[in-house]
Design a protein around this ligand. Structure first.
Ligand code: PLP
Length: 390
C-alpha cells in the first residue's frame, strides 16, 4: 500500500468571510452594471437624477420628510453640527464607546465632546448616566447644546428616554445611525428619531455603496434647507452666491445608482441578518463564559455586527482558536474613545466611564452578513462552542 494515501492531509477548512460583499454583488451584478452604465450614458456625474431618486426612496423607506445625501457618514455628522451652529464653548455629549467619527466632528468645529457611559448589555448610551455627562459639561464651564446617540452594532439607542432627557435640558438630539439604518423601534424606523439622523454608506455598513457615501434624515424643513446649502459650499440662490461657510459634501451619482439597486434588496437582507442573529443567539446564549448581545423589547436591530462579550482574559485565546478553525473575528472597539490620545483631554462623565472601558476588553464580533449559509452558520457556531470550552 502506498504510504502517501495513509497520510493524506485533511483539506484546510474553507475560510469564512467576515463580511461578504461579493455574494451580494453576485446577486444583483446585472442590475448594478446597468445602473452604472446609465450614469455613464447620461453623464450627470454630480447631483444627477439618481441622487434625487435615492433621496426620495430613502425618505419613503424610513418615513421622514427630508433626506440630504452626502459624501460620508462623517460629513453627515459634521454638516448637521455646522447647520446647528455648534462652535467654541459648546459641549456635545456623546458615548465613549463608538467609532471615532462620532466625537471627531465636535472639536473640528471648536466645540468640546463630553463623554457619557454606555450600557454593557446593549452597547448604547446609558440613559441613567446622562446626568453625569451633563454635570461634567457644566463643571468644565461649557454650554451643553446637543446629545449624539449612536445605534451601535445596528440597534437603535433608547430615543424615547434620550429625547425626554434632551428636552428637559434644552439639548437637541443627533442620531448617529451609521450602523443603524434599517433598524426600528416598534413601527418607527431609524431616520425619524431626534432632530436629525446621520447614516453612512461605507461599503461594510448594512446599506453600503462602492466607495464613500452618507445621508442625513430630518423632518425639520429649515434644517434641511441649511444642509442643502452647506453641502454645496454654503450656496444661496445659486452656486456662485455664498451665504454661509459650507463644504463639498455631495454624494456621487454613481454611488446613488448603486444604492438604488441595493435598496431594492435591503429589506430582505435585514430579515436574513435577523434570522442569522437569532440562530447565533439561540445556540450561544446558554454557553458559560459568553454573553450574547441584548436587543431590547420592541427593538429590531439591523445587525451591523453580532458582538459577544467574553471575559477579557479569555478573549485572545478565543479569537486565536476561532481563527485556527477558519472563523474570522473582529474587535469593535479595542479602545474607548476617551482613552484615545486625540481625545483624552476632553471631559468624561462625573462618575467615570466604567462600562465603556470594560467593553473594549470584552467584546468580540462574529462574521455577519446576509449571505451566510446555514452550513457556514453551523461551522461558526460549533467553532465558537469548542473555542469557549477549550
Ligand atoms: C462608520 C461610522 C461613522 C462614519 O461613517 P463614514 O461613512 O465612514 O464616514 C460614524 N459613526 C459610526 C458609529 C460609524 O460606525
Amino acid at each position: 500500500m502506498a504510504l502517501s494515501s495513509a497520510v493524506e492531509a485533511k483539506p484546510a477548512p474553507e475560510p469564512i468571510a467576515f463580511i461578504d460583499l461579493k455574494a451580494q454583488q453576485a446577486r444583483i451584478r446585472g442590475e448594478l452594471e446597468r445602473a452604472m452604465m446609465r450614469v455613464l450614458d447620461h453623464g450627470g456625474y454630480i447631483m444627477g437624477p439618481e441622487v434625487k431618486a435615492l433621496e426620495a426612496e430613502l425618505a419613503a423607506h424610513c418615513g421622514c420628510s427630508d433626506v440630504i445625501s452626502c459624501s460620508s457618514g462623517t460629513d453627515a455628522l459634521l454638516m448637521i453640527m455646522m447647520a446647528q451652529g455648534i462652535g467654541p464653548g459648546d459641549a456635545v455629549i456623546c458615548p465613549a464607546f463608538t467609532f471615532t467619527a462620532t466625537p471627531e466632528v465636535i472639536p473640528l468645529l471648536g466645540a468640546t465632546p463630553v463623554f457619557a457611559d454606555v450600557r454593557r448589555d446593549t452597547f448604547n448610551i446609558d440613559v441613567d448616566r446622562l446626568e453625569d455627562a451633563l454635570g461634567a459639561a457644566r463643571d468644565a464651564g461649557l454650554k451643553p447644546k446637543a446629545l449624539v446617540a449612536v445605534d451601535l452594532f445596528g440597534q437603535a439607542a433608547e430615543y424615547d428616554k434620550i429625547s425626554a432627557f434632551a428636552a428637559e435640558h434644552g439639548l437637541w438630539v443627533l442620531a448617529d445611525a451609521a450602523q443603524g439604518f434599517g433598524a426600528s423601534i416598534g413601527s418607527q424606523r431609524v431616520g425619524t428619531f431626534g432632530l436629525a439622523t446621520a447614516t453612512s454608506f461605507f461599503p461594510a455598513k448594512p446599506l453600503g455603496c462602492y466607495g464613500d457615501g452618507g445621508a442625513i434624515f430630518t423632518d425639520d424643513a429649515g434644517l434641511a434647507e441649511r444642509l442643502r446649502s452647506i453641502r454645496v459650499h454654503g450656496k444661496g440662490n445659486g452656486k456662485y452666491d455664498n451665504v454661509r461657510i459650507g463644504v463639498n459634501g455631495r454624494l456621487d451619482t454613481v454611488q446613488a445608482a448603486v444604492l438604488l439597486e441595493k435598496l431594492k434588496i435591503f429589506t430582505d437582507e435585514v430579515e436574513r441578518r435577523n434570522a442569522i442573529a437569532a440562530r447565533y443567539t439561540e445556540a450561544l446564549e446558554k454557553k458559560p463564559g459568553l454573553v450574547v448581545p441584548r436587543v431590547l423589547e420592541g427593538y429590531t436591530s439591523v445587525w451591523a455586527q453580532y458582538t459577544l462579550r467574553i471575559e477579557s482574559g479569555q478573549r485572545d485565546a478565543f479569537a486565536h482558536d476561532l481563527k485556527e478553525q477558519g472563523v474570522p473575528t473582529a474587535i469593535y472597539y479595542p479602545k474607548p474613545v476617551h482613552q484615545q490620545v486625540a481625545y483624552d483631554n476632553f471631559p468624561a462623565a462625573r462618575n467615570g466611564l466604567p462600562a465603556a472601558t470594560a467593553l473594549s476588553d470584552e467584546v468580540i464580533s462574529l462574521p455577519m452578513h446576509p449571505y451566510l449559509t446555514p452550513e457556514t452558520q453551523d461551522r461558526i457556531i460549533s467553532a465558537v462552542t469548542s473555542a469557549v470550552r477549550g
